[in-house]
Ligand binder design. Sequence first.
Ligand SMILES: [Zn+2]
Length: 382
Amino acid sequence: MATVITNIGSLLTNDPSLGTVEDAAVVIEGEHIAWVGPADRAPAADVRHDARGRAALPGFVDSHSHLVFAGDRTAEFNARMSGRPYSAGGIRTTVAATRAATDAELDANVARYIAEALRQGTTTVETKSGYGLTVEDESRALRIAAAHTDEVTYLGAHIVAPEYADDPAAYVDLVTGPMLDACAPHARWVDVFCEQGAFDGDQARAILTAGAKRGLVPRVHANQLHHGPGVRLAVELGAASADHCTHLTDADVDALAQGTTVATLLPGAEFSTRAAYPDARRLLDAGATVALSTDCNPGSSFTSSMPFCIAVAVREMGMTPDEAVVAATLGGAKALRRDDVGRIAPGARADVTLLDTPSHVHLAYRPGVPLVSAVWQRGVPV
Ligand SMILES: [Zn+2]
């Protein structure tokens, strides 16, 4: 069965040979795009959807989230935004709640936030473990994540587990040994939080290298809170993505510009912690590939909204509206090394987001407004 979405006022394809097509149509057959072009030349289809002149774009690709968690950190956020000291345990609070949760509770949470993202136009979501920090709890998190997405990341190295606070080297041995054995079958990626107070460059290298030996492709939480070795390590190891990239030296920017590692920027984290934003303009001008993502997690960025990230990136990070929308679609696909999503072209997966506006620029122009009017995921209207 074929579906034609026709009368699209402005279609952003992210395909170099198609560009942005005015008065466009898209034909979907099964899970894939079969045809893209001017509406008046579209082939016949079984089902016709009239876009009534509105804008369409590829479904958003959110390449960085932490959705397998339980518990609530409202009080921590409230204290931070109220200028009050707050001594509870940050990530450790979520670790304790996640360990105590049932499989069904964690599964329901993942389903809820993926559905929430889908309503906002996100059709591909990566998500991570990292709130279990035991062999059992990390592998459980990955099994639960894998029931909802193919893009699953082993982040046993989120922080040193509380039980190993006095012996971080032993925790690295666990993460690169028995925990990796239990987790590798359920994951595509391996990640590490390379940061002061989490894992240093040598530890991060050991963890990423061990994961790579088990067939997991590295991605790195890098240079979020301070300058450090994360970005250059990511590029050196051929990581798919260096995520955050908030504190960069010229050497870091050069490495990203010359390597194949995508710079994934997560403005929800800076927004939610009142921190300085990463400089997307500097990265783009240097020639780096930039992705935008939510970092959706209960502590530092509790948003599943890619439109929100686009608006902040344009307002605060020097991106043009076009650059931000491309980073949230094609950029995310590159950060996940996918060429079947993030673009609308024959053969691509039929993930299409229709806006209730004449242009995708409205995603930045009308911040906070629910502009997504329809979404097709794998060819199915949702
Ligand atoms: Zn993260």
